[in-house]
Design a protein around this ligand. Structure first.
Ligand code: PRP
Ligand code: URA
Length: 209
C-alpha cells in the first residue's frame, strides 16, 4: 500500500511485545508507549525539511543543516494518544500540541467527537496524529477529517498496533496521508478489539478500568 510504513525495527518489536503482556503494569506501560512513539517518530520524521544556516564552530564559519521552520504539530486522539506525545516531543521539543477528543461507543463502536483544539496556522504545519490503536479505523479516520476540515494538509498518522480492517479504512478514506504502524495484528474480535492486541490502551495507560 502506498503511503503505509509498517515498522520492522527489532527494538520497536521487542517493546511492543512487552506492551502486550497483561502483567505489564501501568508505570512500565506508559514508559514503553513513550519510548515506542519516539522510535517510530525517528522514522516518521525522516522527511522533515532542512535549511542551511551559517554558524561558527571553534574552527571556522560554516553552513550546516537545521530543521526548517519548526512548524510541527502533534495531535493526540484522547485519551490514549496522550501517552505518545512525550516521545515525539523528545525529538522535536518546539512542536505545538493540539488535541482531538473522540470515544468509541461501546455498543456500536462508532466514534463520537467531544473536543477539537488545533494550533494555528494548522495549514502550514506538518501534523503528526498519534493514537496507539487503529481498530475499526473509525476514530483515526474521523480525526483526520476534522483536521482537514480545519485546513490541515501535511498529515501523518502514527499508531502502535493496527488491525487490517482499520488500516484499510484509514488508507481508503485518506489516501493522501502517510501512515506509520508499529505492528500489523491479525484481526478484530466481535467487540472490535484488536487480536492479539494489548487490550484497552487508554485504560492501561491511565490505570482505569
Ligand atoms: C481507543 C483507541 C482509539 C480507538 C480505536 O480509544 O485509543 O482512539 O479506540 O478504535 P477504532 O479504530 O475502532 O475507532 P477509546 O475510544 O477506547 O477512548 P479512550 O482512549 O478515551 O479510552
Ligand atoms: N481500542 C483499544 O484500546 N484497544 C483495542 O483493541 C481496540 C480499540
Amino acid at each position: 500500500m502506498d503511503n503505509v510504513v509498517i515498522m520492522d525495527h527489532p527494538l520497536i518489536q521487542h517493546k511492543i511485545s512487552m506492551l502486550r503482556d497483561k502483567n505489564t503494569g501501568t508505570n512500565e506501560f506508559r514508559t514503553l508507549v513513550e519510548e515506542i512513539a519516539m522510535l517510530m517518530g525517528f522514522e516518521a520524521l525522516r522527511d522533515l525539511p532542512l535549511e542551511e544556516v551559517e554558524i561558527e564552530t571553534p574552527i571556522e564559519t560554516c553552513k550546516t543543516p537545521f530543521i526548517a521552520g519548526k512548524k510541527m504539530a502533534i495531535v493526540p486522539i484522547l485519551r490514549a494518544g496522550l501517552g505518545m506525545v512525550g516521545g515525539i516531543l523528545n525529538l522535536v521539543p518546539s512542536a505545538k500540541v493540539g488535541h482531538i477528543g473522540l470515544y468509541r461507543d461501546p455498543e456500536t463502536h462508532e466514534p463520537h467527537e467531544y473536543y477539537c483544539k488545533l494550533p494555528e496556522p494548522i495549514e502550514q504545519r506538518t501534523i503528526v496524529v498519534v493514537d496507539p490503536m487503529l481498530a475499526t479505523g473509525g476514530s483515526g479516520s474521523d480525526a483526520i477529517r476534522m483536521i482537514k476540515d480545519h485546513g490541515g494538509k501535511h498529515i501523518k498518522f502514527m499508531c502502535i498496533i493496527a488491525a487490517p480492517e482499520g488500516l484499510k479504512k484509514l488508507h481508503e478514506d485518506h489516501p493522501d496521508i502517510q501512515i506509520y504502524v508499529g505492528h500489523l495484528d491479525r484481526e478484530l474480535n466481535e467487540n472490535a478489539y484488536i487480536c492479539p492486541g494489548l487490550g484497552d490502551a487508554g485504560d492501561r495507560i491511565f490505570g482505569t478500568k
